[in-house]
Design a protein around this ligand. Structure first.
Ligand code: ATP
Length: 216
């Protein structure tokens, strides 16, 4: 029998700041398919890329505030503590080694990240170590732009959530999570213009942003 309480997921991103578009689809996903734990892992942004406005410490604190009363979530600081670029493929390989070969593991991304996924460093090794679970995001296609990438997607695609629990890795699951038209960019822009953001992120995170005078 499939053990529905084993599947753990990592959820990476910049989280500048963390918002409901990150949290709510993942909470819905956990209810739909069963997830033991979702580990939020803010990344260290390499020097040649545009830097987050908040520091690593601030991004970490905002995630802590967002998840403090949500037992589903945990925080992993490994990429934040690194001073070299964060390559998801390497992080997931290390995580697999820690968890052993049989435990089901997943990496959660939004639809926009699925479209850019083939540009990620060593993307094709990621499914050796985990499943990929894709949350819906308004405005992005579910079809890859290149035919070879579409074939890659279809060769790993499953519509059966049980297979995420029964296999350790290798599947892509397009989850039917609710749409949230929220981005960190939108929040930063609204705060800069002095516009309200109460419906976009948890109150404790917004209070922190105001106290720290972030994004203004
Ligand atoms: P920015 O606007 O600064 O680019 P973002 O809002 O896209 O940031 P990230 O921290 O870059 O947030 O995203 C982390 C992960 O969360 C990515 O996989 C992304 O696809 C996903 N994600 C972010 N916002 C949403 C959303 N509204 N719905 C579904 N997935 C989302």
């Amino acid at each position: 029998m499939v053990d529905m309480n084993q599947l753990q997921a990592l959820f990476g991103g910049t989280f500048d700041p963390v918002h409901y578009g990150h949290l709510k689809p993942v909470e819905a996903l956990a209810n739909q398919i069963g997830l033991a734990r979702v580990i939020i892992m803010p990344n260290n942004v390499p020097p040649h890329r545009s830097q987050p406005e908040a520091t690593s410490a601030q991004r970490k604190e905002m995630v802590e505030l967002a998840i403090r009363d949500k037992p589903l979530f945990a925080l992993d600081e490994r990429e934040l503590k690194r001073d070299t670029p964060s390559y998801t493929a390497e992080t997931l390989q290390a995580w697999r080694q820690e968890q052993g070969p049989t435990r089901p593991l997943a990496f959660i991304i939004g639809q926009d990240s699925l479209l850019s996924f083939p540009q990620w460093h060593n993307y094709n090794t990621i499914l050796d170590n985990c499943h990929l679970i894709v949350c819906r995001r308004p405005g992005y296609s579910l079809n890859m732009t290149e035919e070879s990438h579409q074939q890659w997607l279809e060769s790993h695609l499953t519509h059966d959530a049980d297979s995420l629990h029964s296999l350790p890795a290798g599947k892509i699951y397009l989850a039917e999570t609710p749409w949230f038209n929220i981005s960190a960019t939108l929040i930063r822009e609204r705060l800069e213009k002095g516009e309200a953001c109460d419906d976009l992120l948890p109150a404790a995170v917004l209070d922190y942003i105001i106290k720290q005078r972030l994004y203004c």
